[in-house]
Ligand binder design. Structure first.
Ligand SMILES: [Fe+2]
Length: 135
């Protein structure tokens, strides 16, 4: 079942970012699928770790573009990224220690956060980059 589906409204018009966002969409879909099927605690934890790692990599790419081009909203944007990584780590720790038994909460959080972040925060910073010729 499609849980996290890409469509054009999410495109920020910069290929490298769109490609990374698509990969994050696919990872969240994977997480959802695993969770719905017969999942193991270890499998879910590994997927979460992978998501945190890839998100970090992706955020670093965005932040490098922002600092390179002196984007004025850098600090605020970076702050959203940092909070997300902390939240995912917190979920993983709680899940690993058995305090969080319902991974659907995690899936919903990932989905809502990423959609909102792309549609609001990334869509604010992408026009700035496009204007100065970043593709
Ligand atoms: Fe971002």
């Amino acid at each position: 079942m499609a849980f996290m589906q890409w469509d054009d409204q999410y495109s920020v018009g910069i290929k490298v970012i769109d490609d990374q966002h698509k990969r994050l969409f696919a990872m969240i879909q994977d997480f959802y699928d695993q969770m719905r099927q017969k999942h193991t605690r270890e499998g879910i934890s590994t997927l979460l770790k992978g998501l945190a790692d890839y998100s970090l990599y992706h955020f670093n790419s965005e932040e490098a573009l922002m600092t390179r081009h002196q984007y004025p909203g850098y600090l605020q944007h970076k702050n959203e990224h940092t909070k997300f990584i902390q939240k995912v780590e917190e979920f993983r720790l709680r899940f690993d220690s058995g305090q969080l038994l319902i991974p659907i909460e995690i899936a919903e959080f990932l989905k809502t956060w990423l959609s909102n972040h792309i549609l609001k925060t990334d869509q604010q910073f992408a026009p700035f980059l496009r204007e100065i010729g970043v593709k």
